[in-house]
Design a protein around this ligand. Structure first.
Ligand code: NDP
Length: 451
């Protein structure tokens, strides 16, 4: 079959961050593109992930800002918080963003099907409506969904998907997990006044981050009143007539909560897509196995984003979508995404941000490393009377003075890290940081003043 004998040059299944970028860039390269989405256009990040989460983080932080305002001379009498107002404002903005995503695709000439699609044969896709179409290339960008552990009463557990739509702020909330989502939502609920308990199967929070930062977040979270139960799993969850949930964790007596939320990782959405019909190979956790150009084991099927479980972050999915479209339709050299040295952040209270190797990783890989640390109380916290310290850490390869890791916890650290990551990615040295004049007074100046 020649290219024009297919209905489309590209059919994208799943219109999230990766699928959107790939579809519109492919179309820009002249491809005839269609895309299908069974839920809402925008994917996890826009609809029920990064974006609404960040809005809740902003909303939550006012709890502290209003307290801190006092020492800056402001009196905020009669302050109150209206969850429904925030929730609905957030959802309204999500509707707006979804509209923009649809508009972008339309403007780029991408035909959008608002229904589920599955692969039913070679180059063949069948839509929920029964319509059958063919495509020269198929891109799977179906993302991932929350994993919920097996236990009695599992049906009573919510995930971050539902957390955005709660009718009220729960009085008592139990979060299972110790990663990104668990720590971010622990902070959000705690600021809104919930009694938050975080239970994790191990005693390690945010496993991939530097130990010093993890310890600092734990200490600060404890001070804020979040409770941590380590080395625990669910035994059962039983719902009372009044809706409250009796929960038994392995090492504790039964306790009652209003909401139980699982934040225990995410699984690739590969079921029911018909991948087995054409022999697309999956990895051990159900993810699509791909090469450096996002090509699967089947020559004309590609996959980008969370469904490949390489790095489950939005900007990575977007880069993978772009690289795929440029490689397959751009007419130039193939483009591979560089997955090294990816900066990341946890929007906890306070937030964490990091790029490059942790101290432990650097010692294992490089042997001889130098570590610089700034443990300081941000000026704003001093005036506010908030006894909360920031911690910045720089890890340097002793052999050549290159900065191989930066780790920060403190106000605005993700904003600061985005720019600092450019220097680390570019391979700059500690001497380069030292040669840069400080901006005073800022928190970020600590990065160029390490002694
Ligand atoms: P994470 O991988 O961050 O954390 C999962 C947590 O759940 C870990 O504490 C893990 O424990 C525990 N866990 C894993 N499997 C089980 C299980 N079967 N039973 C009990 N506990 C389990 O996942 P999240 O769900 O928090 O987030 C998913 C992904 O989404 C992240 O990895 C990240 O890529 C992305 N994300 C990014 C954000 C950001 O950039 N700010 C925000 C939110 C999500 P252990 O450590 O022992 O393995």
């Amino acid at each position: 079959m020649s290219a024009s004998e297919y209905d489309y040059d590209l059919f994208t299944i799943g219109i999230g961050s990766g699928g959107t970028r790939a579809s519109r860039i492919a179309s820009g390269h002249g491809a005839r593109v269609a895309a299908a989405e069974e839920y809402r256009v925008g994917g996890t990040c826009v609809i029920r992930g990064c974006v609404p989460k960040k809005m809740l983080v902003y909303g939550a932080h006012f709890a502290e800002d209003l307290e801190d305002a006092l020492n800056f001379g402001w009196s905020i009498e009669g302050k109150s918080f209206d969850w429904v107002a925030l929730r609905d404002h957030v959802q309204k903005d999500i509707d707006r963003l979804e509209g923009l995503y649809n508009e972008t695709l339309e403007n780029h000439g991408v035909e959008v099907f608002h229904e589920r699609a599955r692969i039913t044969g070679d180059h063949e896709i069948t839509l929920e409506s029964g319509r059958v179409v063919t495509a020269r290339y198929i891109l799977v960008a179906t993302g991932a969904r929350p994993h919920v552990p097996e236990c009695e009463g599992r049906e009573h557990i919510i995930t971050s998907n539902e957390a955005f739509h709660l009718d009220e702020v729960p009085r008592r909330v139990l979060i299972l997990g110790g990663g990104y989502i668990a720590n971010e939502f622990a902070g959000i609920f705690n600021e809104f006044g919930s009694k938050v308990t975080l239970a994790n199967r191990s005693d390690v929070l945010l496993r991939s981050y530097d130990e010093a930062l993890r310890d600092r977040l734990l200490q600060i979270s404890l001070t804020k009143g979040i409770e941590f139960l380590f080395n625990n799993k669910f035994e059962y969850i039983r719902k009372r007539d009044d809706g409250a949930l009796d929960v038994k964790l392995t090492d504790h007596d039964e306790r009652v909560y209003d909401v139980v939320m699982a934040a225990t990782g995410r699984v690739a959405n590969t079921e029911g897509l018909g991948l087995e019909n054409i022999g697309v190979e999956l990895g051990p956790r159900g993810e699509i196995k791909v090469d450096e150009y996002s090509k699967s084991s089947v020559d004309y099927v590609y996959a980008v984003g969370d469904v490949t479980a390489r790095v489950q972050l939005t900007p990575v999915a977007i880069r993978e979508g772009q690289a795929f479209a440029d490689t397959v339709f751009g007419g130039g050299d193939p483009v591979a995404v560089d997955h090294s040295c990816i900066p990341s952040a946890v929007f906890s209270h306070p937030p964490i941000a990091a790029v490059g190797m942790t101290e432990g990783e650097a010692r294992n890989r490089l042997g001889n490393v130098k570590v610089y640390q700034a443990d300081f109380r941000p000026m704003k916290n001093v005036v506010a009377g908030r006894n909360e310290r920031g911690l910045y850490k720089m890890v340097v390869d002793a052999a050549n003075d290159r900065v191989v890791g930066l780790h920060m916890i403190g106000p605005e650290s993700p904003e600061i890290m985005q720019m600092a990551a450019v220097a680390v990615k570019a391979g700059l040295t500690k001497a380069d940081f030292d040669a840069t004049m400080a901006i005073h007074p800022t928190m970020a100046e600590e990065l160029v003043l390490f002694k």
